[in-house]
Design a protein. Structure first.
Length: 62
């Protein structure tokens, strides 16, 4: 569904693939956390523990 949304927005296949991968990484990261406990801080921690070590550019974080 999200992929179709991005396609409808005319994003490139590369952008769609990247976004899909990041979402999958996030789901892996929060798999043991009850959904009601996921907060903005959870997202920040995901970025700190997954994105920062991979040395993504700041535009990727955004």
């Amino acid at each position: 569904m999200y992929v179709k949304y991005l396609q409808g927005k005319c994003y490139s296949e590369s952008t769609i693939k990247t976004n899909f991968t990041f979402i999958a990484d996030f789901f892996d990261y929060v798999q043991d956390i009850p959904i009601s406990s996921i907060t903005n801080r959870t997202v920040e921690q995901f970025i700190e523990t997954v994105f920062v070590p991979r040395k993504y550019s700041i535009s990727t974080y955004r």
